[in-house]
Design a protein around this ligand. Structure first.
Ligand code: SGN
Ligand code: CA
Length: 537
């Protein structure tokens, strides 16, 4: 009897231990973000322009978001929204000029306090150092492509030899290999500068991309008829606002020879600054590749029509822009391979995104800033084995505002109640049916480079309502279903009267929900005008 009960106890206890639910380890997070990477230039979204096989791996193994969008389409403000989980008007980083207010609480600080090891490599663009990171090596402001300076946590400012994308990848891999504390989960921010203007590729990609020819967007020669002053008065046109030297890589000497005037006072200066940072080997590779392109251009230029100049500039732009993305894709591949080889794949969330979208010649434009689709939407690919089904697709209007709460929830941490996004975890699990039905947007940086006027608005699946203000008071309404390229403002079309009234109501409600207001608009204008007066803008 005693033996029997002993046996029974041991069977029960073995069973008990064997079936005790295993505590899920908190996931690592690798957050990959590039700067100005248009979704049109990721083959998982669009195969017409280029191939990005490594970035695509994240979508193949995880989820591709086709309606991810930002709240304010410009660099540093987007990063501030991501880190704080709050709209620009609440975190205070409304544009690229004002420094980030470091009294804001960011999600990496919270992860760090809760036992995560944290590291950041690459571009931040805040004008100050990130808080909540055990290790960082970041570019000062915009940073340089060739032989860039870095601000390091341990050794201060330091010049590094090489190409910026490769350097950021190597810093990231080096940290993963040598500095990771295996007892802790980690949050790693791997932040590329590329493909930011002036779209400079690595030497190994110069010649390959100079040979390529790309399909033109159907709206390359848009004349902005049917839209308001904001679209007509911007300064983002490929033909008229792009720099000939810095952007299109026509040498200052050739510009003089051909009688080409500078597009801006900094046109030639930017070119000289770029080549000025190169070492003799890099300079030789540059001259070999771009020299030949210059020779061909000199021959063609005197007989070129304005239309041909636009087409030529579009090709030049795409060759460099997509050439600089080639190294980003290679770097992403190396990091994914490292995770795989080191048994880190299973319990790691990998995100690939950009700080905003970008115009690749649509409407004749480069740059971003507008609430219109190419700049408002941003690429987003996420993998998390065991949680996200491989190869899944999502069309919800998720925003960069949502990352903070998503990562905190993934780490099992309750988010501060004043964060304004929504966790994407239900969407990852395939359960996020009633996600947001309207996204709120507010852009501030005006007057400034590219002259995109201040505006706020609301975007739903079917419509977009926008108010341009400051030196203008114009409303625009777009039908996103019947006018995908956003060519016609239907605000005054009586057919849309009902929709318009509903959207106005919804926009007003969102302004209240997110605590934005005319009082804040005026306060930010006053602060900005002060900077203009001081000559800082
Ligand atoms: C620079 C660029 C602009 C760009 C801003 C902001 N000009 O001023 O084209 O819009 O940065 O970019 S450049 O000739 O100096 O490259 S952001 O990504 O930082 O918001
Ligand atoms: Ca950017």
């Amino acid at each position: 009897k005693i033996l029997l009960s002993l046996l029974l106890i041991s069977v029960v206890s073995v069973g008990f231990f064997a079936f005790k639910p295993k505590k899920q380890k908190r996931p690592n997070i690798v957050f990959i973000m590039s700067d100005d990477h248009a979704y049109q230039a990721i083959s998982a979204y669009d195969k017409r322009l280029t191939q990005t096989p490594n970035i695509d791996r994240i979508a193949n193994d995880g989820m591709l978001f086709s309606n991810a969008c930002v709240t304010n389409s410009i660099c540093a403000p987007s990063r501030a929204v991501i880190l704080t989980g709050k709209h620009s008007h609440l975190n205070g980083k409304i544009d690229n000029y004002f420094p980030f207010d470091t009294t804001n609480i960011t999600f990496p600080q919270i992860l760090q306090q809760n036992g995560y090891q944290t590291a950041m490599f690459g571009k931040l663009h805040f004008g100050n150092n990130p808080k909540g990171f055990d290790e960082f090596q970041i570019l000062p402001d915009q940073g340089d492509y060739y032989n860039p300076d870095f601000i390091t946590k341990k050794e201060g400012k330091k010049k590094m030899t090489g190409y910026v994308t490769d350097l950021i990848t190597n810093l990231t891999l080096n940290w993963l290999k040598n500095e990771r504390d295996e007892k802790k989960p980690f949050f790693l921010a791997y932040l590329h500068k590329a493909p930011h203007r002036e779209w400079l590729p690595a030497e190994r990609h110069f010649k390959e991309f100079l040979k390529k020819k790309f399909p033109e967007p159907s709206t390359l020669f848009d004349n902005y008829e049917g839209r308001g002053r904001a679209s007509k008065e911007q300064e983002m046109n490929l033909l008229t606002h792009m720099n000939w030297a810095g952007d299109s890589k026509i040498t200052p000497e050739n510009m003089d020879k051909l009688g080409i005037k500078e597009s801006h006072a900094y046109d030639k200066r930017n070119y000289n600054a770029t080549v000025g940072r190169m070492n003799p080997l890099q300079r030789k590779a540059w001259d070999d590749a771009y020299g030949k392109m210059n020779e061909e251009f000199i021959k063609k230029f005197p007989t070129m029509t304005e239309k041909e100049k636009m087409q030529w500039r579009y090709q030049r732009y795409m060759q460099d822009y997509l050439g600089s993305i080639a190294s980003v894709d290679e770097g992403v591949g190396e990091v994914l391979d490292f995770l795989k080889k080191n048994n880190l794949e299973e319990n790691t969330i990998v995100v690939y995104t950009s700080d905003q979208g970008f115009y690749l010649g649509e409407h004749g434009w480069f740059d971003k800033r507008f609430i219109f689709d190419e700049s408002f939407k941003t690429p987003l690919l996420v993998k998390w084995p065991g949680v996200i089904k491989a190869g899944s697709k999502n069309t919800q209007m998720v925003q960069n505002l949502d990352f903070a709460q998503t990562f905190l929830e993934a780490a099992g941490i309750k988010s501060p109640s004043d964060m304004q996004g929504e966790s994407l975890i239900p969407i990852f699990k395939g359960q996020g049916k009633n996600f947001r039905d309207a996204a709120y947007y507010h852009y501030y940086e005006y007057p400034s480079v590219h002259m995109v006027k201040r505006h706020y608005g609301i975007v739903t699946e079917k419509y977009k309502l926008v108010h341009f203000y400051y030196d203008i008071d114009e409303w625009e309404l777009y039908d996103r279903v019947n006018d995908k390229s956003e060519m016609k403002n239907v605000y005054n079309d009586p057919k849309y009267a009902k929709v318009k009234a509903e959207l106005h109501k919804k926009l007003a409600a969102l302004r209240v929900k997110y605590k934005d207001s005319e009082t804040l608009d005026k306060m930010y204008i006053a602060k900005y005008d002060e900077l203009i007066k001081k000559g800082k803008i």
